[in-house]
Design a protein around this ligand. Structure first.
Ligand code: VIB
Length: 213
């Protein structure tokens, strides 16, 4: 069913492309008695001036250009990771959601990312899943995104309902953004879930530890 929300201000069907508003709803879970300053500090020490942002008692939602959405989520993860605690960030990214219109002022920001590298590398593990909505060839979209992550060197295997990435935080976030943007161009509505973890005291699975050997 096409609703009025499927159309932009010019009353044309919403175009598929990278200019569409991207959103991410995410929660940080620091496995620490100090979870409150870790969460609040990560939010405060991130420059969010190029995204729409709203936090509540469960999660935070950011919306805007994909460059800034991924920059802000990555920065918040890196800020929390600096605590040295085992931190998990659980996120749902979305683009093309009917009702999430382009009218927002944040879409007119430039593409210059605001959050600078925080320095030391953070070994990061990700389980992510792509859900290309409304296209019969959705498995090709997923397969191509995973193939790209493989070329980038971050892919470390398929698991039930998800794919795994391992590497420095900047590398895995780049793969997530590349997978999301490449897939979004091929779909009218795309959802991507990601569970992103660092400093876990648990051993990684054998096939991940032996990656590249
Ligand atoms: C990114 C992110 N945003 C909000 C919450 C929800 N939350 C849980 S504890 C806490 C601090 C005290 O209120 C907040 C804001 C979260 N976990 N992660």
């Amino acid at each position: 069913m096409i609703t009025s929300n499927s159309f932009n201000e010019q009353n044309k069907p919403a175009a598929c492309g990278s200019s569409r508003i991207v959103g991410c709803r995410f929660s940080l879970f620091p496995m620490s008695g100090h979870f409150v300053p870790i969460i609040l500090g990560a939010l405060e020490n991130t420059d969010t001036s190029k995204v729409w942002i709203k936090s509540d008692d469960i999660s935070t939602c950011v919306r805007g250009r994909h460059e800034h959405v991924f920059d802000v989520v990555q920065s918040i993860f890196l800020q929390a990771a600096k605590s040295g605690e085992h931190v998990v960030l659980s996120a749902t990214f979305s683009v093309g959601c009917p009702g999430d219109t382009e009218g927002d002022v944040f879409m007119s920001e430039d593409d210059v990312r605001l959050n600078k590298d925080t320095g030391s590398a953070v070994d990061t593990a990700v389980q992510f899943a792509l859900y290309p909505m409304g296209v019969p060839h959705y498995m090709d979209v997923i397969y191509n995104a995973v193939k790209t992550a493989e070329i980038e060197g971050t892919f470390s295997g398929g698991i039930h309902y998800a794919s795994r990435l391992d590497g420095d935080a900047h590398q895995v976030f780049r793969s997530l953004e590349n997978a999301f943007v490449a897939s979004s161009i091929q779909t009218s509505h795309l959802v991507m879930t990601a569970t992103i973890s660092c400093n876990s005291p648990s051993a990684k699975p054998d096939h991940v530890q032996n990656k590249g050997e």
